[in-house]
Design a protein around this ligand. Sequence first.
Ligand SMILES: Nc1ncnc2c1ncn2[C@@H]1O[C@H](COP(=O)(O)OP(=O)(O)OP(=O)(O)O)[C@@H](O)[C@H]1O
Ligand SMILES: [Mg+2]
Length: 454
Amino acid sequence: MSPEEMANAKAVVSTVASVAATAMLVRSIANDFIPKEFRSYVFESFYDLFRRFSSQFTILIHEFQGPSPNLVFEAVEVYLGTIVNSSTKSIRLGKTENDKGLVIKMDKDEEIIDVFEDVKVTWRMQCRKIESGSQNDEIKDMIAALCSELRCYELSFLKKHKETVLKSYLPYIMERSKVAKEESRAIKLYSNFRNWGSDGMNLEHPMTFDTLAIDEEIKITLIDDLACFVKGKDYYNRIGKAWKRGYLLYGPPGTGKSSLIAAMANHLNYDIYDLDLTEVRSNSNLRSLLLGMSGRSILVIEDIDCSIKLDNREKEEEKENKHNRVTLSGILNFLDGIWSCCGEERIIVVTTNDIDKLDAALLRPGRMDMHIHMSFCRLSAFKQLVFNYLGIRQHDMFAQIGGLLEEVEVTPAEVAGELLKSKNPTISLQGLLEFLENKIAERERLKAETDLTA
Ligand SMILES: Nc1ncnc2c1ncn2[C@@H]1O[C@H](COP(=O)(O)OP(=O)(O)OP(=O)(O)O)[C@@H](O)[C@H]1O
Ligand SMILES: [Mg+2]
């Protein structure tokens, strides 16, 4: 900047400063001398004048568009809640049944400054009381019945950034708010016990992929697979397949099959529909249940080998038809076909303790896309459990315990049970060590007995 330009800039700054000072002075004089009823009129006219001469541009986003809620207002409200920072003096806080955690919103008369692609913008919220009945205005009365004030966000920035704000910043806010809304939504658990029910329960299962103790390689493969699936809308469209993915989890009780489902739901923020096949009366009942599910959800069929006789399919189907009960082919047909028309992402998880009992038709590729073996606890899963329960990553006894885990079959649930007994790592791990040694001794004893009788 040349000295001349600098002087010019200084002059502009001092003009702006003096305009601002005048504004403040006018405001305080006005507060003293102008009757309350006229104040807002005077201020608005004054600010109008100020705006006309400034290089600022302002966008007003009202809460209502006619009688309907303004979706941009809602998006801005969510978005600003995610960027409130220490510069704000007060916020509004709340939580409803459908929120996962606390929801933060900008308070009225607060100001938030945001920077987007080097463009600085200022957000302010104005509130105006609704004088219902003062005018014979139907829309006003309808809105007054919903709330006592009319709210409006005021977004201001330098005129020259109008293009960026309208074409990039506002679309960005719409997108960000959608994501934020999805993330803060409580996950619901529905069960077909009462035909899914209307509201479902909040799933408050704390399991995540961070705390789930399974083989690291399987975990990474699964997380990648889920990420691919979620982004796969165009792909599934192109190949003309229903946008769904099936996971079969198999392994003994207590190896974390149900825990893995909870981790998946928490990871994706999907609702869970828990389908108990013994409660399904007929194929048509099954059909209406599946159609009644919303998208972005996980259909869970636990212990499929126990809830439906799978081994003798032909015979079973004959019998089922007589009793009008649900059949395996009914399930498979639905999995294949019924969801193709909805175009919404859906995941099916089937669990079993015994994969050998499952019908080949269910195991065919395309039915269950990924088979995940949930196995007994080995060193890496053990380390994860120790970190979950005791908060440590390393201990002298790890090697010894790791060795025993290779020798004996214990489930993560059993290990977790032992680790829960004391918060002191040494006592807790000592307890686990004894538990494992006892288990091995018991096995040897049984073996000796059977050898003797043989
Ligand atoms: N892999 C694991 N990682 C972390 N915790 C686990 C794991 N497996 C089991 N647990 C612990 O054991 C408890 C029981 O596990 P879970 O219900 O997930 O087993 P499951 O395989 O579904 O058993 P079932 O076949 O009886 O349904 C869980 O609540 C959790 O605390
Ligand atoms: Mg289970």
